[in-house]
Design a protein around this ligand. Structure first.
Ligand SMILES: Cc1cc2nc3c(=O)[nH]c(=O)nc-3n(C[C@H](O)[C@H](O)[C@H](O)COP(=O)(O)O)c2cc1C
Length: 364
C-alpha cells in the first residue's frame, strides 16, 4: 500500500529506502551525569531502523545549550563513544540516522548553568516552564549574546558536528525550530538586536547561515539539513511576517544546497501545538528546490497524498514512532497503528517502560 511512500529517495548524499522519516523525539533516557547515550537508546533506535531516515532526538551541542533532564549531548568524547552504540545498531539493521543538533538558548534554566542566566539573541524571558531535574520551574531572563561571542557559539556547533562525524552518523540536522536558539534569532519577539544579527529578515537569518556554513564545512552540504517551524508561535518565539523571515531562511538553505529541509507545520487542529497561521511550505517549496520533508499530525493516507501531489518529497512521523517501532512496515502492509499519541507520562520517564517495550506487529 501507499507505494509512493516506498520509492527510494536521496536526501543529498543520504540514500533512503523509503519516504518515511522518524521525526526527532526527545526521550530523556541518557546516562547521568554526563548526558551520555547508552545501550538502551541503541536498542530503541535499532527497533526503529525501518524508517528511511531517522532524525535523532535533539542533542546538546554544548553544556550551555542543553537544559533538558537526561537529554543526550555530543560535546564530549564519552558522548561520542555512547552514540557509536546507536549508529552501529541502526546501520546493522540497514537504516540511516542523522543527529539533530540543539542549542536551547533562553529555554535553558539557570539550574543547568550553575545559576548563570541562559544566552539568547536578546535579553528576553520565555513564557511558561522549563523542565529541570527538580520538576518544572519558571523560565528565567536570558542574557543577550555579545556580537563577538556569536563566533564562539558557532565554533561550539562546529565542534559538535565534528564529534557527530566521529560517532558515525550519516549526517546532521540543525534544530532551527520550536523556539530554540536558532529560532530565537529568526523571530521578532525574541530578536531585538541592533547589530548585523537583528532587524531585517536577512539579518535575522545571519546566525542560521553562519551555523549552517560551519556544519557544511565539516560535513559537505549534501549531509546537512535543517528543521524549521515556520507557522505560528513556538514557546514565545513569534513573528508578524513569517513569510518574510522564513522565505529568507529558505533562500539560505537553497543557496547552501542542503541535503533536505524539514518543516514542522501544525494546522488549526494540531495535536502537538496548533495554530491558525497558514502553512508556509507552499511558499518555501518555490524557493528551496531540494527534498522537502513535512511533519505534524500526518496519517499514512495524508502522507501518501502529500507526496503524490508534490507538496513534499517525504513525511516525518513523530509520536506514531513512539508506539510503532515498525511504523514503515505497518504502513506498507496497511496494518493498524498502536495507539500512544498524547500519553506524555511515558515520553520522558527514565527507564525502558514506554520506550523499548512497544512490540513490532509480528512480535505479538
Ligand atoms: C515526546 C516528544 C519529543 C519531541 N522532541 C523533539 C525534538 O527533540 N526535536 C524536535 O525538533 N521536535 C521534537 N518534537 C516534535 C516532533 O518531532 C513532531 O514535530 C511532533 O510530534 C508532531 O509530529 P507528529 O504528529 O508526527 O507526532 C517532539 C515531540 C514529542 C511528542
Amino acid at each position: 500500500m501507499h507505494d509512493s511512500l516506498f520509492q527510494p529517495i536521496k536526501f543529498g548524499a543520504i540514500e533512503s529506502k523509503n519516504r518515511i522519516l522518524m521525526a526527532p523525539l526527545t526521550r530523556g533516557r541518557s546516562t547521568q551525569p554526563g548526558s551520555v547515550p547508552n545501550e538502551m537508546m541503541a536498542t530503541y533506535y535499532r527497533q526503529r531502523a525501518g524508517a528511511g531516515l531517522i532524525i535523532s532526538e535533539a542533542t546538546g551541542i554544548s553544556v550551555e545549550g542543553l537544559g533538558w533532564p537526561a537529554a543526550p549531548g555530543i560535546w564530549s568524547d564519552e558522548q561520542v563513544e555512547g552514540w557509536k552504540l546507536t549508529t552501529d545498531a541502526v546501520h546493522e539493521e540497514g537504516g540511516k540516522i542523522v543527529l539533530q543538533m540543539w542549542h536551547m538558548g533562553r529555554l535553558v534554566h539557570p539550574d543547568f548553568l550553575g545559576g548563570e542566566p541562559p544566552v539568547s539573541a536578546s535579553a528576553t524571558c520565555a513564557p511558561g516552564h522549563a523542565h529541570t531535574f527538580e520538576g518544572r520551574k519558571d523560565h528565567q531572563q536570558a542574557r543577550a549574546l555579545e556580537t563577538d561571542e556569536i563566533k564562539r557559539v558557532v565554533a561550539d556547533y562546529r565542534h559538535a558536528a565534528e564529534n557527530a562525524k566521529k560517532a558515525g552518523f550519516d549526517g546532521v540536522q540543525l534544530h532551527g525550530a520550536n523556539g530554540y536558539l536558532v529560532d530565537q534569532f529568526l523571530r521578532e519577539t525574541t530578536n531585538q538586536r541592533t547589530d548585523d544579527y537583528g532587524g531585517s529578515p536577512e539579518n535575522r537569518t545571519r546566525f542560521l547561515r553562519e551555523v549552517l556554513e560551519a556544519l557544511v564545512d565539516v560535513w559537505g552540504a549534501d549531509r546537512v539539513s535543517v528543521r524549521l517551524s515556520p507557522n505560528g508561535e513556538t514557546q514565545g518565539a513569534d513573528d508578524s511576517n513569517p513569510a518574510a523571515v522564513f522565505g529568507a531562511a529558505a533562500r539560505v538553505v537553497q543557496e547552501l544546497g542542503l541535503g533536505f529541509l524539514e518543516l514542522r507545520e501544525p494546522g488549526p487542529d494540531g495535536t502537538f501545538g496548533s495554530t491558525d497561521v497558514p502553512k508556509q511550505s507552499p511558499l518555501i517549496r518555490t524557493i528551496y528546490t531540494g527534498p522537502l520533508v513535512l511533519n505534524s499530525d500526518y496519517t499514512a493516507e495524508e502522507a501518501a497524498e502529500a507526496v503524490e501531489t508534490g507538496k513534499c518529497d517525504a513525511i516525518s512521523f513523530g509520536r506514531p514512532y513512539i508506539s510503532n517501532p515498525d511504523l514503515a512496515e505497518r504502513i506498507a502492509k496497511g496494518a493498524q497503528w498502536a495507539e500512544n499519541v498524547n500519553v506524555p507520562q511515558s515520553w520522558y520517564l527514565p527507564g525502558p517502560a514506554g520506550y523499548i517495550d512497544y512490540p513490532a506487529m509480528d512480535d505479538k
